[in-house]
Design a protein around this ligand. Structure first.
Ligand code: ATP
Ligand code: MG
Length: 140
């Protein structure tokens, strides 16, 4: 299996409840390395650009408002098969369907306020990492 990098975001519902460390512990416990990390507040312009693929979906504007409602922690996770592996660690989009021990099952509040984002393909991981980080900020 190849070493990959994936873009992760700890969402405002989780930063509000001071869960950054607990979520990072689940990532690290699962063998994912945090090779870049910063805490930012998204503007609606940034959120709209980041979620452009979801522009036509019914939840788009609500999702953008939510992502701007408080600080987020954007991070690059690195490890074997990191893109798919991180999505397993995150659990299903809807926390009601997420497996026990996953981030969303443990911490998410709702299908929207679901605590974390993770890239879903190598192409999206590359785009999303480049959206938030320069090469100099990623230290493996
Ligand atoms: P993410 O892209 O955040 O890793 P995902 O890939 O599991 O999550 P997507 O289908 O890409 O889910 O949806 C992006 C985000 O939009 C979800 O994480 C969630 O915050 C929100 N979302 C998805 N479906 C709904 C819905 N039916 N109602 C409200 N918000 C939703
Ligand atoms: Mg997605």
């Amino acid at each position: 299996m190849a070493i990959e990098r994936t873009l992760s975001i700890i969402k405002p519902d989780a930063t509000r409840r001071n869960l950054t460390g607990k979520i990072n512990a689940l990532f690290e416990g699962a063998g994912l390395r945090i090779v870049a990390q910063k805490r930012i507040r998204m503007t609606s312009e940034v959120a709209g650009k980041f979620y452009d693929v979801h522009r036509e979906r019914s939840f788009f504007s609500s999702l953008c408002d939510f992502m701007c409602s408080g600080p987020v922690v954007v991070q690059v996770l690195e490890g074997e098969n990191a893109i798919a592996h991180n999505r397993e660690v995150m659990g299903a989009t809807n926390p009601a369907n997420a497996a026990p021990g996953t981030v969303r099952r443990e911490f998410a509040e709702s299908i929207e306020a679901n605590s974390v984002h993770g890239s879903d393909s190598p192409e999206n991981a590359a785009r999303e990492i480049g959206f938030f980080f320069s090469e100099m900020e990623i230290v493996g």
